[in-house]
Design a protein around this ligand. Structure first.
Ligand code: SOE
Length: 395
């Protein structure tokens, strides 16, 4: 039963995203006027020691080791899912059935079939809200890009050009962590990184991808067995004399061509093998009247080209999206005092709290319905790569 004036959060997951979200829930009320007091009620992880450590570091009130117990607790209002991808659907559906709002890490789930079940559960849970943590939507500069596109400042969109470039598994001795196992992750760079840029492209343009053709590549097909140590690092398995090897069952890189409903065309590239790039999430959109360009590693800036300017002074302007007039930024610092990765989660926490307090589903975007369209694009791309042909997304 909801306690008035509070949003009691139960978070599942104690690794990279568990930390990012713990910080988000901790900070949001410090910066944003919060209509509900966020209570960090419980953190859940299979490793009790780690969960206890997270609880004491981040101030969670209690610890669970079984997510099923957590979702049934009657002192929790929202379940925050930061677990590997193969558990998203099961946990989200159980949480909605148990009467909890749900915030689920991206990608939504493993495939379209699971997405359909999540959407149904969300529709059946009439008074409950749901969202997916496509956190880059809450970068002020990207949210500004969406505003400019919505205002018609770049006109009809012709090109959407996106890349998401990382390099953390180039070493062939990097172990076969869960993110490289199809049973747990669904896909590799594709679901992890293409998911973000597909979502960003859909968010900014308001358009849907109708058809794709893609190629998926796995450069290193077998790796030493080992575990994720937290974040994007790992430890090699066990110190055994003969190193056991595991098959890599996901893509290392996926490139994709896309057609949008509006007639625009797009390119998407996701890789964990882009030597020289750590977290190169970039998007450029070219329209009839202008263009925008964004790169996450310089996330406080948006480049904007306005073709209506006189030719003599035409060129990309560099907008420092750190003014009170820019999305989210007013909650933080005076202009020019930049923010970082963690603020995208703080911003999303603020939107979630407001949406729940005011019953405004629109502020919880992308919800399961919306994110299932990104899932449909991801699925179509893998099918395309397997069948070597264009595939409709049915979006
Ligand atoms: C790992 O590739 C990762 O942490 C993704 O899982 C995140 O979603 C992305 O924001 C950064 O990279």
């Amino acid at each position: 039963m909801a306690k008035s004036g509070q949003l009691r959060v139960g978070l599942i997951g104690t690794q990279f995203m568990g930390k990012a979200h713990s910080n988000g829930w901790s900070q949001t009320g410090h910066f944003f006027k919060s209509p509900l007091k966020v209570v960090k009620q419980a953190i859940c992880g299979r490793n009790e020691e780690r969960a206890k450590d997270m609880a004491s570091t981040w101030g969670w009130n209690s610890v669970e080791t079984d997510w099923r117990k957590l979702v049934e607790r009657d002192d929790i209002d929202l379940i925050d899912i930061c677990t590997p991808n193969n558990s998203h659907a099961e946990i989200a559906i159980a949480a909605l059935k148990a009467g909890k709002h749900v915030a689920c890490e991206k990608p939504l789930c493993m495939n379209k079939e699971e997405a359909g079940r999540m959407v149904k559960a969300a529709r059946d849970a009439k008074n409950l809200l749901n969202t997916v943590w496509y956190n880059y939507r809450r970068v002020p500069a990207l949210a500004l890009a969406k505003q400019l596109v919505d205002e018609g400042r770049i006109g009809r969109v012709f090109h959407v050009r996106c890349v998401y470039l990382q390099s953390w598994i180039i070493d062939p001795n990097f172990p076969a962590v869960w993110r490289l196992d199809a049973k747990t992750a669904g896909s590799g760079a594709h679901g992890d990184l293409n998911a973000h840029i597909i979502d960003a492209a859909r968010f900014i343009t308001g358009d849907e991808v109708s058809e794709v053709v893609a190629h998926a590549e796995t450069f290193i097909k077998e790796r030493p067995s080992g575990e994720m140590a937290g974040g994007l690092s790992a430890a090699k398995g066990g110190g055994a004399k003969k190193q056991e090897m595991s098959k890599v069952t996901v893509d290392d890189a996926v490139i994709m061509l896309a057609r949008f409903k509006s007639g625009a065309i797009g390119t998407f590239e996701a890789t964990r093998f882009a030597q020289g790039r750590k977290n190169g999430n970039k998007i450029e959109i070219n329209g009839e009247k202008g263009a925008i360009e964004f790169g996450f590693e310089d996330m406080n800036r948006l480049k904007f080209y306005d073709a209506s300017q006189p030719a003599r002074t035409q060129g990309f302007i560099d907008i420092m999206a750190t003014d009170g007039s820019h999305p989210y930024f007013g909650a933080y610092w005076p202009a020019g005092h930049i923010i970082g990765y963690e603020h995208t989660f703080i911003n999303q926490c603020s939107d979630i709290v407001t949406a729940i307090a005011e019953g405004k589903a629109a502020q919880m975007q992308p919800d399961f319905v919306n994110a299932s369209k990104t899932q449909a694009v991801l699925d179509a791309a893998l099918e395309s790569s397997a069948k070597r042909k264009w595939i409709s997304t049915d979006c």
